[in-house]
Design a protein around this ligand. Structure first.
Ligand SMILES: Cc1cc2nc3c(=O)[nH]c(=O)nc-3n(C[C@H](O)[C@H](O)[C@H](O)COP(=O)(O)OP(=O)(O)OC[C@H]3O[C@@H](n4cnc5c(N)ncnc54)[C@H](O)[C@@H]3O)c2cc1C
Length: 383
């Protein structure tokens, strides 16, 4: 019997609905199931979420958390580098220093987390509203269904509709640049190109541009040579509204607000990207050139004035989005969830609101700090 189910048998846990089954939702489910609560997760997106995302930096605390719970040992799903190098345009090294970083794939980490939540607790469904209902919250779904819970955790990401209901004046603010991204199987590029990234986190800083690359495990966590993938990110200033709109319109003519998924870039946009990449140091131009399905995400900031309202709370990107330079979005979602678990520990349904207030006091400060840090780092790189 798992720790979570053992504890559930001993205590009369809270009934919790989590809206959003991505990273924030999974960490929340994990933390609250461990606390003996009765958790149901609802995800609006059809299909496998693990198909999403690219490389992410993993913070040491997260590694410790996953290892302590037996979810994953670092050597099973991460790769590390011990050096950071900044290249000149001609490919020579401008600056190099010792620096330890650990990386994984979004999909690799997500699969591990998803595996901790039983299938009968993870449902397809889109939350469309909620109402206070005495000492409970009534949650409404797109298919007309309604469920009562003691707590609704909103883990709907940066474009959360439930947050819009709670805080209509708050929304993501475009930072003035985008992240072109790509993933490529190491077997699809030359050995010599892969070797350039062995043990080294590589960067190129151009005029209002920043490109970086690193090796990540294969989709199922394979860390051996031959199983890995190369991940690159190219931050590019796009202040012109027309250009931004153009590159966020996908190959089917659909206009997106924040990103175009792999395989969705219009031919002209992709061609332009590949042509501009010719100006990058050779290692990066070859990576971009060989990437089959590059994609784009806008960089934005989001700050909320509060994270709770009655029996509803916001976690992860639904509350704060810090720029990717902080490499901490996933760790922040995890910390929101872990501290929520701690705040609710031993509380009964009459104490949910006061527990949320205590939790909010801690997490608001952490979220604000991280967003400020992201803006500061972004200004250093991109302005
Ligand atoms: C370029 C880039 C690089 C990044 N690099 C890193 C990194 O190196 N390290 C790091 O830690 N983080 C990184 N991040 C950030 C990280 O991906 C996020 O912070 C993290 O995934 C937050 O997860 P979330 O669950 O809060 O939100 P999301 O991943 O956005 O998930 C929200 C989920 O909610 C679902 N949903 C939305 N509305 C509803 C609804 N009404 N009902 C039901 N479901 C709903 C959505 O379908 C989605 O699955 C990066 C982000 C970007 C853009």
């Amino acid at each position: 019997m798992s720790v979570a189910s053992e504890k559930r048998e001993m205590t009369d846990g809270l009934r919790v609905i989590v809206s959003g089954g991505s990273m924030g939702g999974m960490f929340t489910a994990l933390a609250l199931l461990e606390g003996g609560h009765d958790v149901e997760v609802f995800e609006r997106a059809a299909g496998e979420l693990a198909e999403r995302g690219a490389g992410i930096v993993v913070q040491p605390r997260m590694l410790e958390y996953l290892e302590n719970r037996g979810i994953a040992r670092p050597d099973e799903f991460t790769l590390s580098t011990n050096r950071r190098e900044y290249l000149n345009r001609d490919g020579s090294v401008r600056e190099g220093r010792a620096d330890s970083m650990t990386f994984t794939g979004w999909d690799t980490l997500y699969r591990r987390l998803r595996g901790t939540v039983e299938d009968d607790r993870y449902h397809a469904g889109r939350v469309v509203g909620f109402e206070r209902d005495g000492e409970a919250v009534a949650v409404r779904f797109e298919n007309g269904a309604e469920r009562r819970a003691d707590l609704l955790v909103v883990a709907e990401g940066g474009r959360s509709e439930t947050r819009e209901q709670l805080l209509p004046d708050v929304g993501p603010e475009y930072a003035g640049y985008v992240a072109w991204r790509g993933l490529i199987d190491e077997r699809d590029v030359s050995r010599e190109l892969v070797e350039r990234f062995e043990d080294t986190f590589l960067f190129f800083e151009g005029e209002r541009q920043l490109v970086l690359g690193y090796l990540i495990p294969g989709p199922d966590g394979g860390t051996w040579a031959g199983e890995r993938r190369l991940n690159w990110v190219w931050y590019d200033n796009v202040r012109d509204g027309d250009r931004l709109e153009g590159l966020l319109t996908d190959s089917r003519g659909v206009e997106h607000d924040f990103s175009v998924a792999p395989g969705g870039l219009r031919e002209g946009v992709e061609r332009e990207l590949r042509a501009s990449a010719e100006e990058l140091p050779d290692v990066f131009s070859r990576l971009v050139g060989k990437t089959e399905k590059p994609f784009v995400q806008t960089v934005y900031d989001l700050t909320v004035p509060r994270m709770t309202a009655g029996r509803v709370c916001l976690v992860g990107d639904a509350a704060f989005v810090a720029r990717p330079h902080t490499a901490a979005g996933t760790a922040k979602a995890a910390a929101d969830a872990i501290e929520l678990g701690a705040a609710l520990d031993g509380r009964d349904r009459s104490e949910v609101e006061s527990a949320l207030e205590t939790w909010e006091g801690r997490r608001l400060a952490a979220g604000r700090r991280l967003v400020r840090e992201g803006v500061r780092m972004g200004e250093g790189y991109m302005d």
